[in-house]
Design a protein around this ligand. Structure first.
Ligand code: ADP
Ligand code: MG
Length: 335
């Protein structure tokens, strides 16, 4: 993009910081940052999988978030979408909109971004740098063997529903940052270490890449939990033309969540809190034992939380089978 000359110079400095700090070499990047566009060699026998997600300061993360964490998270939410497709991440583009040419911010942002990029060997191949309200747009590209991607539309009646890791920590972490602490007496009483572990789940989500790859063999559908379990499973139900029954007592919780909240608050956080970036997926019953064994090997494991039935929509039920209606189904804005 064209800018005034003074700003243009600053912009090139910032691009150099990003290029140098997120320096992951891949043989399939034939031309990286520095030309009008990147050139990539796509692997034979594979399909490309692409996704983009934008994080707006003050909307998707509080302005107080550390730049390193913004860098990590802006990549993590995109890698999570690739994980949900069963894709192996490879390349990433970064559109950075900054209020001013703040070197310190970009250095710290780049370090957090690079930390996650190097874990998954993802190369930064280009992007755009502009001035405006703090906004981070990331486009991530990965690949899957031909026709093996996971999708939302394959769940069938009789399949079992699972989720990786635990649910609700990120939403609890968001509450920890809420200045209206009086609303959250449970959190005010929590030890610092517990609050920090919850905030870390919010700031540094773990994209479940290895789990997504394992699930290509067996899962009939998959989605990542970004807006809240029930809201996201609603997309699976709709796309697959089925109904989903989730058993409240089966939802997995971390020790931090268990020790901090009573069961009804916990349930709201687990079922409707967003930002967990776990994978929710369905398995035909005969494929479940082997898939769970394979998932346990790649870390995090998975828990059965429900089943696919005839009908439409998502129902949360208690042990007697009665429906539990939550006041709120998805996404909690921070104050
Ligand atoms: P153009 O004007 O042709 O779009 P730019 O001057 O915007 O090119 O960008 C120059 C090079 O720097 C390109 O290779 C572009 O992809 C890369 N680039 C720009 N901003 C970023 C960024 N935030 N992160 C990574 N690469 C970037
Ligand atoms: Mg150009």
């Amino acid at each position: 993009m064209a800018h005034d000359p003074a700003h243009r110079e600053g912009e090139f400095d910032l691009i150099a910081i990003l290029r140098d700090r997120v320096a992951i070499a891949r043989a399939d990047v034939r031309l990286g940052i520095g030309d009008d566009a990147a050139i990539l060699a796509a692997p034979a026998g594979h399909q490309l999988v692409m996704t983009t997600d934008t994080l707006v300061g003050g909307v998707h993360f509080p302005h107080s978030t550390r730049p390193e964490d913004i860098g990590w998270k802006s990549l993590a939410v995109n890698l999570s979408d690739l994980a949900a497709m069963g894709a192996t991440p490879a390349w990433v583009l970064l559109s950075l909109t900054l209020p001013d040419a703040d070197r310190g911010f970009v250095e710290r942002f780049a370090d957090g971004f690079a930390e996650l990029a190097s874990q998954h060997h993802v190369a930064l191949i280009g992007g755009d740098t502009t001035r405006g309200a703090l906004t981070i747009g990331v486009t991530a590209i990965g690949f899957v063997p031909d026709d093996q991607a996971l999708r939302r539309d394959g769940a069938r009646v009789g399949d079992l529903v699972f989720v990786t890791g635990t649910l609700g920590d990120a939403a609890a972490g968001l509450r920890c940052l809420d200045k209206r602490a009086a609303n959250h007496a449970d959190l005010a009483a929590a030890p610092d270490a517990v609050r920090e572990s919850l905030i870390a789940r919010l700031d540094r989500p773990t994209p479940r890449i290895a789990a997504g790859i394992v699930l290509r063999e067996s899962a009939s559908s998959c989605i990542d939990v970004s807006d809240g379990l029930l809201a996201d499973l609603g997309h699976v139900a709709q796309r697959s033309g089925v109904a989903i029954e989730i058993s409240s007592e089966l939802l997995p919780a971390s020790p931090a969540l268990l020790q901090t909240f009573d069961s009804s608050t916990r349930l709201v956080l687990q079922a409707s809190g967003g930002d967990d970036y776990e994978l929710a997926f369905t398995l035909p019953p005969d494929k479940a034992p082997a898939a769970l064994r394979d998932l346990a090997k790649v870390g995090g494991g998975a828990t059965r939380i429900g089943r696919i039935v005839d009908g439409a929509g998502v129902r949360l039920i208690d042990e007697s089978g009665a429906e539990i209606v939550l006041a709120q189904r998805g996404w909690e804005h921070f104050a």
